[in-house]
Design a protein around this ligand. Structure first.
Ligand SMILES: [Zn+2]
Ligand SMILES: [Zn+2]
Length: 265
């Protein structure tokens, strides 16, 4: 059996000295590929180095996460292009998008920040389009604005993945109708998230992509602990039990879907 963790963050493990252990744990839990997703200039170099060191196991993306956007966002975005041209290049642009959940309380600063996030998103989409790269979208309380910007840019929707999908059936229809896809985290296993499970069902197994978003969003029954890529199988097991799928079938299909999205052989 082999799993692909399509989206995780490894910097905190590197910082606290547990990265080697985490990667061994991933492999012993059949996670044989993972994508370390960039959030800011603080992690892009680390992830590029890891993709070189663990070639064929660790893949990475570069992107300025909306929560790391401030008035000086251009300085960071200017540093993305050299990664794309490098021998050890990212498999996607991301995570990029809009986050209206973590905005400051003060209305005028919140408005200004949303303005910066929109321009940062848009400029990074230009890069993704220029190099025909897959796009990992982070959308929090901002679904329709994300769709609007993606639409206005004329992106290739087949290359768009809304990660940690947390919307319902209508939103997944809007996304799938255009050719875009969603990936799912451990929040799918949380009891109250019925409409999210409906959305995952609607998109279907043939398009399903799984992620841990480690170190966040730990799936049941490990909820409460820090998440790690090796816990992907808990999300997998939950889906298997819920929908009556064999783990081998789910692992095989999601592994295939993730490779296809990132254009990995
Ligand atoms: Zn995110
Ligand atoms: Zn993430």
């Amino acid at each position: 059996m082999k799993w692909f963790d399509s989206h995780c963050h490894l910097k905190s493990f590197s910082d606290n000295g547990t990265l080697d252990e985490i990667l061994v744990h991933a492999k012993s839990n059949f996670v044989i590929r993972l994508t370390a997703v960039g959030t800011s200039l603080e992690d892009w170099n680390l992830y590029q180095n890891l993709s070189q060191k663990y070639s064929g196991f660790v893949y990475y993306s570069v992107g300025l996460h909306p929560c790391y956007v401030d008035e000086k966002f251009e300085i960071q975005i200017e540093k993305i292009e050299p990664f794309i041209g490098d021998e050890f290049h990212p498999v996607a642009l991301g995570e990029i998008g809009l986050d209206y959940f973590h905005l400051p309380k003060d209305k005028s600063s919140a408005k200004a920040l949303v303005g910066f996030q929109k321009v940062a998103f848009s400029k990074q989409l230009d890069l993704a389009i220029k190099y025909d790269l897959p796009i990992i979208v982070h959308s929090r309380n901002s679904f329709s604005d994300c769709i609007e910007i993606l639409e206005s840019k004329g992106v290739n929707w087949n290359r768009v993945l809304f990660h940690c999908f947390s919307e319902g059936i209508e939103e997944i229809r809007i996304l799938n109708d255009r050719g875009g896809h969603a990936s799912f985290t451990g929040i799918l296993t949380y009891k109250k998230n019925h409409s999210l499970r409906e959305a995952a069902m609607k998109q279907g197994l043939e398009n399903l992509i799984l992620e841990t978003d480690s170190p966040y969003l730990t799936p049941e029954p490990k909820r409460g602990k820090s998440n790690k890529p090796g816990y992907l199988r808990h999300l997998g097991n939950f889906i298997c039990e819920k929908y009556g799928i064999k783990p081998e079938v789910l692992a095989h299909q999601t592994f295939y879907n993730t490779n296809k999205f990132y254009d990995i052989n």
